[in-house]
Ligand binder design. Structure first.
Ligand code: CA
Length: 278
């Protein structure tokens, strides 16, 4: 099955070959490059779904390359680094990366990340018809693939009224709050009707927050949700993953033009997590 397009940016021949093989086995058409300039050009040319980015490149580093790619692409961006330093990891997330892989990695680690990404589909792969034809007023959306079995059986933690996430105008968007609207099937966000470009990770975080309204989502909740795990698994979440969520939320705020001090939409609950403003 053709799943999409990938760009590999890696100057080490062996690692580039491994990355390329794993992605091909996962069904991607792969374009591999060995420098930052070539990598950015390849992303521009091929509009990939997924990019793997080495940090140590011969021209400029992978963090800078990621930053440049993020200005025009919402590809799922995985930094592949020989360094395990947490500060480096965070720089990658600040540059807009979605995920991080440390060398040496096993092919199955990369496969796991690809699988996690595919469970959080983008519009074009998930529901092409939805994009072309928005659902009519009152029509039900198709089942949400990204969430199968995820929230099933979960009790709502707050009464429906007072949930800013309640559908405002059926057919226009799934969630709306203070001019910010989210359409889940097409994975589009808009502020006062003006589309806002969000990465997959930013969209998913905003979706969880809007779904839950005033109910605080802890950083661990958000980490598990990005892994596509139900909240109640209680699976281990590292401090680094929580820091990554902080950076993703910071990037999300930047994209929305929101402020952490005086938020219009996303409120920080100090020491706990995040929720939507009243
Ligand atoms: Ca390298």
């Amino acid at each position: 099955m053709e799943r999409g397009v990938a760009v590999v940016v890696e100057d080490d021949d062996d690692i580039r070959t491994t990355l390329t093989e794993v992605l091909q086995q996962s069904g991607f058409a792969v374009h591999s490059t060995a420098s930052g300039v070539a990598g950015v050009d390849a992303v521009r040319e091929h509009n990939p779904d997924i990019v793997t980015m080495d940090v140590g490149l011969p021209d400029f580093d992978g963090i800078e390359a990621s930053r440049r790619i993020r200005t025009f692409s919402d590809a799922y961006l995985i930094i592949v680094s020989g360094r395990v330093d947490e500060a480096d990891t965070l720089m990658g997330f600040e540059a807009g990366a979605d995920d991080y892989l440390t060398k040496p990695f096993r092919p199955r680690e990369l496969r796991a990340r690809i699988a996690a990404m595919l469970r959080r589909p983008r519009t074009l792969q998930a529901a092409p018809a939805e994009r072309a034809l928005p659902p009519r007023r009152g029509e039900q959306h198709p089942p949400r693939q990204a969430r199968q079995g995820n929230l099933a059986g979960q009790q709502p933690r707050e009464s429906p009224e007072g949930e800013p996430g309640s559908p405002a105008e059926p057919g226009c968007c799934d969630f709306a709050h203070r001019g910010l609207s989210l359409h889940e099937a097409s994975r589009q966000a808009a502020i006062n009707g003006e589309p806002v470009d969000l990465t997959r990770t930013q969209f998913d975080i905003l979706l969880v927050l809007m779904e839950n309204g005033r109910t605080v989502q802890t950083k661990a909740d958000l980490v598990r949700r990005l892994r596509n795990e139900p909240y109640n698994t209680g699976s281990f979440v590292t401090a680094g993953e929580e820091r990554a969520v902080e950076v993703h939320v910071g990037n999300l705020r930047k994209r929305l033009g929101d402020s952490s001090q005086n938020p219009c939409w996303v409120e920080t609950v100090r020491g706990v997590g995040y929720r939507m403003t009243p």
